[in-house]
Design a protein around this ligand. Structure first.
Ligand code: WT7
Length: 636
């Protein structure tokens, strides 16, 4: 048994202390004991967190060589070859689930890897995956890692424009997609969307198309090939490419506060170490447990806690293709009962929407297999936490509220299931090895325990993003320029007298809607493309189910028809960025409150959208104070 997997509160204190006193020794010992390295590192950590991009540099385990798939697959084969690695539950409850063993996973990943090579993928190439949640997506991710190509998974709910932006930013040469993806009673026409995206990309030479839905699609001769044909031809032996610890493993895009999404870069060694460490510590996974994370592999949660974390730990991980509402709102609970899930990890927004349904949807399913519950993606409100605890956990399961980000690669602050105490609405304590702190607006660290401030991390950890792909300057500006010598998360947090953290939400222009991280600037850019729009400001406001929802304030040119404009804008945003970005409320107004330098005062608009008209602050310094009253009167 590993001494790095915390089994008591006392051990937590000891490990935390040790990790703080000597972080390098802490991570070195863990990395040494728990993984297969082809070659050990020359140095555990070399870094500068300088805001100057020429200096900003983070390297873990430099000089070491490994392949993450050796650690996620090959090393388990001797003892766990016949154990299920992945349980695949299809969208259609009548489609037979698949139990894919580690032996089968090995073969399928190798075949996929050879298929990729045969279609031009090489070490270092960026490969875009725009796929439904089928086992082939898992194979494709791992196959990229096996041959040293860099995967860039794009969530299959994104639009053609979002897809083409991401393909071009990373200059991907291969795209893997499917004819269509099942989502509840609908089929997303993935190939059709991909074709539209590729009209504006000149870097993609090959498109590999999985036949999933038997949809009628166009295949471009010379460019498009069928997964099934290519896969059948490929050998099931593919030696793992030798990777340096700091070689890129993947790029994953997340919203930024300017319109352009940020391609966060994660590297092989440190990411592997931390995904494994955090998975085992937070969920306290034990051999034989069935673990289910309901996220999509298109998000970091799916990368770290459906695939890399669980597989590196030799776990059995469930992959669900569908949605919580199909065929009815009891689907999650039906799946828990069907596969006897022991550890269940989902998002507050899913919990809130399921809590609104008839409780019979829950009661009729046997949830007695559950022993641990988890949440991720946004702050969980007390009502949702209590419902989850009582009705799903039967007041008998620890709930881990896991705070982390695409940028952090793994869970940073969370209770450890059944080991450290969970507290409703608190993410609680940092994992050993993680050093959070609170900063005030004048850049001083707040040292008293009981406090509120901006959440930063003082010392590097192995899975932190190394850069933004192609834009190190932006990486430095976004994360290292606000507070000298530390990583700024963009979140605000409170800390209680015992050191427990409670995340209060974003302090920047990012809104978390149903657990999806949306940049308001990106949405504004699209709205502003509408010919009748003069100007817009997008803010988030509290929403009972989604956590937050999007509210757009818009001024129009000339005498446009308000009603049709609002409808057209919703359609435009849904089409350009994807339906999750669609503003729920649109208010056409005569003016937007601005500072004298012309910056829109979102602080005021956020309050108006939330219906908080008191404490708007001093509006007299505005360029146009008179518009505030109009904005309030016109609230929708
Ligand atoms: C932002 C990161 C991490 C995977 C999913 C989201 C918010 C995340 C929590 C939590 C309160 C949370 C933060 C963070 N967030 N988890 N347990 N409690 N807020 O990844 O899309 O990169 O979003 O999600 O605001 O900064 P992401």
């Amino acid at each position: 048994m590993s001494n790095f997997i915390v089994k008591s509160q006392k051990q937590y204190q000891e490990l935390y202390k040790a990790s703080k006193e000597n972080p390098e020794k802490f991570w070195e010992d863990f990395a040494e004991q728990e993984f297969i390295w082809y070659k050990k590192w020359d140095k555990v950590l070399d870094y500068s967190l300088s805001p100057n991009p020429d200096e900003l540099d983070i390297r873990w385990f430099e000089g070491a060589q490994l392949n993450i798939t050796e650690n996620c697959i090959d090393r388990h084969l001797a003892t766990k070859g016949e154990q299920t690695a992945i349980i695949f539950e299809a969208n259609d409850p009548n489609e037979k689930p698949l139990h894919i063993t580690y032996n089968e996973l090995a073969k399928n990943v190798n075949k996929t890897a050879n298929m990729l090579k045969a279609n031009g993928a090489k070490k270092g190439d960026r490969i875009c995956l725009y796929m439904p949640m089928t086992p082939e997506l898992a194979y494709a991710v791992l196959a990229c890692a096996r041959i040293g190509s860099v995967h860039s998974v794009v969530f299959a709910g994104f639009s053609a424009k979002s897809l083409s932006d991401r393909i071009m930013d990373a200059k991907c040469n291969v795209l893997i997609t499917a004819d269509g993806g099942y989502r509840g009673s609908k089929i997303t026409p993935l190939k059709e969307i991909a074709d539209e995206a590729l009209m504006s990309c000149d870097c993609v030479d090959k498109v590999i198309v999985l036949n999933r839905t038997n949809s009628k699609i166009a295949m471009e001769y010379g460019r498009d090939v069928w997964w099934q044909d290519e896969f059948a031809k490929a050998s099931d032996i593919c030696p793992a490419e030798v990777m340096d610890a700091e070689d890129m493993l993947f790029i994953l895009y997340t919203s930024g506060s300017t319109g352009k999404p940020k391609g966060m870069v994660h590297t092989c060694g440190g990411y592997m170490v931390y995904a494994n460490y955090s998975f085992r510590n937070v969920f306290q996974y034990e051999d034989g447990d069935i673990y289910w994370c309901t996220a999509d592999i298109g998000w970091i949660t799916g990368h770290s806690y459906i695939l890399y974390g669980p597989l590196s730990a030799g776990a059995t991980t469930v992959m669900f293709e569908g949605v919580p509402s199909y065929p009815d709102m009891g689907r999650f609970w039906e799946i828990v009962a069907k596969h006897k899930v022991n550890i269940f990890y989902t998002a507050p927004t899913a919990i809130r929407s399921l809590a609104m349904c008839d409780i019979d949807m829950v009661i009729k399913h046997d949830l007695s297999s559950l022993k641990t519950l988890g949440t991720v993606g946004e702050p969980i409100n007390l009502e949702a936490w209590e419902w989850y605890d009582q009705h799903i956990g039967k007041s008998n399961c620890p709930i881990v509220d896991t705070w982390w980000q695409t940028e952090t690669g793994g869970i940073m602050i969370s209770s450890l299931a059944g080991v450290t105490k969970d507290i409703p609405t608190y993410a609680t304590l940092p994992l050993p090895g993680i050093q959070p702190c609170l900063m005030d607006e004048s850049s001083h660290e707040i040292t008293q325990a009981d406090a509120e401030g901006r959440l930063c991390i003082k010392h590097p950890w192995p899975s932190m993003a190394r850069t933004i792909y192609g834009d190190h300057q932006r990486y430095a500006d976004t994360y290292f320029s606000s507070f000298t010598g530390m990583y700024f998360t963009g979140d605000g947090a409170k800390r209680d007298a015992k050191g427990n953290y409670r995340i209060t939400g974003r302090v920047d222009d990012i809104v978390i809607v149903s657990g999806h991280n949306l940049g308001t600037a990106e949405i504004e850019n699209v709205i502003n493309e509408h010919p009748n729009v003069a100007e817009s400001a997008v803010v988030g406001y509290p929403h009972a189910v989604k956590g937050n929802s999007i509210y757009a304030f818009i001024t129009l040119r000339g005498n446009s028809l308000e009603e049709s404009v609002a409808r057209e804008i919703k359609e435009l945003v849904a089409k350009t960025l994807g339906p999750i970005c669609k503003p729920e409320k649109i208010q056409i107004t005569t003016g937007l409150p601005k500072t004298r330098s012309g910056k829109i005062m979102r602080r005021i608009l956020r309050k108006v959208a939330a219906g908080e008209f008191e404490n708007l602050g001093d509006v007299s310094t505005l360029l146009n104070p008179e518009c505030v009253e109009d904005v309030i009167k016109g609230r929708v």
